[in-house]
Ligand binder design. Sequence first.
Ligand SMILES: Nc1nc2c(ncn2[C@@H]2O[C@H](COP(=O)(O)OP(=O)(O)OP(=O)(O)O)[C@@H](O)[C@H]2O)c(=O)[nH]1
Length: 507
Amino acid sequence: METLYFSPLLLGINLMLGCAIASTALWYFARPYCGPGVWMSGAWTLNLGIWLFIGYMASASPWLNIAGNSLQLAGEALLMVGVFRFLGLPPPWWTVPASAGAMSLVMSWHWFVAPINTEFVVTFYALIGGLLPIQACRALWVAREEPELSGVRRFVALAFAGFALITLLRALLGLIDGLQGIEHVDVTRSVPYLLPYNFGIPLWVIGLVGLALMTMRRILADSRRHAEQAEDSAERFERLMRITQAGVVVLERGRIVDANPMLETLFARSREHLLGAELHSLFAPAEQIRVEELLGRADGQPHDLEALRDAVPFAAEISIAQLREDGRQVAEIRDVSRRKALEQQLLHLATTDPLTEALNRRAFEERASQALQRSQRQNLPLCLAMLDLDHFKQVNDRHGHITGDAVLREFSLLCRQRARATDLFARVGGEEFILLLPDSDLEAAAQGLERLRTNLAERNLQGLRISVSIGLAEWRPGETLEQLQQRADTALYAAKVAGRDRLMRAT
Ligand SMILES: Nc1nc2c(ncn2[C@@H]2O[C@H](COP(=O)(O)OP(=O)(O)OP(=O)(O)O)[C@@H](O)[C@H]2O)c(=O)[nH]1
């Protein structure tokens, strides 16, 4: 019992058990980092090997001896494989079965074929045990990645190198003893036995402590890197929010909880005024229900709304998206009044005649067929008139094209002024115009056009007496726009033939 108080064997076993428990804790707290899990299995395998070996010492069972020695080497090999896993290198898994298998073979030979001098057995064990860490040492020493780990990596490499050296020294001493035919019965008198307990195991523990430090250093370096990245992206986000041309707001239940500087400019309100305000308060009263609906939808799509800056409306585009599961939303608001004005301008250019500002033929046909469909659906009357200035060639010939143009412009203005908002007035030829009168029967249309004609006859355009001939047709159910136009054209021709400056109704 007394020898137990000073037993290096017991101390070694306890240290190994401590290492296994510590590496389990390391694995648990370092998850999901690669490496500690393999170290943990290595440490427990090694412990299992030691306990089986103790079992052999108590029972002298050859099987326990074989399994104990083989598992100790397998545990050591696993520890080295874990280093490769940690460094992100291809792990040499083969070393685990290779070292355990080779040891089993030698031990089986010793027990079941021919006894080998135990010093040679020790030599063989130590040779494998000493060679195993060398590759891991090299990998740790030369690794270039993660410069913040280089110090601790070298520390572990040196600890493993020391362990390898002690173990190989043990192999050499065993070999010398074996060659001399010495066989140690009392292990406490054997240097090859004392070497691992007094020096090998401490170095092994130091190596494991180093592995734990290395893992912690990586975790620290990674979290520092992540913190830097987070800070970086927060800064980028802030910068983006400052320079973006869009007003950006973060919303909580429809209320503004954060806003970028552009929003202040866009709505001419200070941040203090904006924070806490309902999003819909930034828009025209008529749009507020729509804003609520868009908040509910949060589809991230752009929608056009009328916003208010100092109570003055402007065209805005808003897109609302869900920010997080907790119901926070983000809205992006842009002033699109310039774009809207441009769109209007383009639409105007695409649909009107540049000289007279009347609709062009294409726009007329598009809108006239819609009006025709509506009349058809609602069974309402509709009329179409063709208007052609009389002897316009003479105007050009006598007074020049510029005067002719001015006459056309004035005539167009007169017609547009007299037309109702629902009427469609277009220029379809040089001095030929067309007027579509929805919801007007032939009688009412004729009266209105007669008034126009007499009004024109009574006034001078560019100091000239200008008259117009008109052909008028009322739409008949089932008739197409072309057919209706054709009849009005025929009536116009009849008006010209009949002496001009008159209105003729189509038959
Ligand atoms: N100033 C000007 N003249 C145009 C324009 N487009 C067509 N014209 C002229 O309009 C005239 C049309 O002449 P005609 O088709 O012979 O008809 P008209 O002289 O009005 O005679 P009737 O229609 O039979 O009464 C031509 O002289 C064209 O050059 C234009 O944009 N500006």
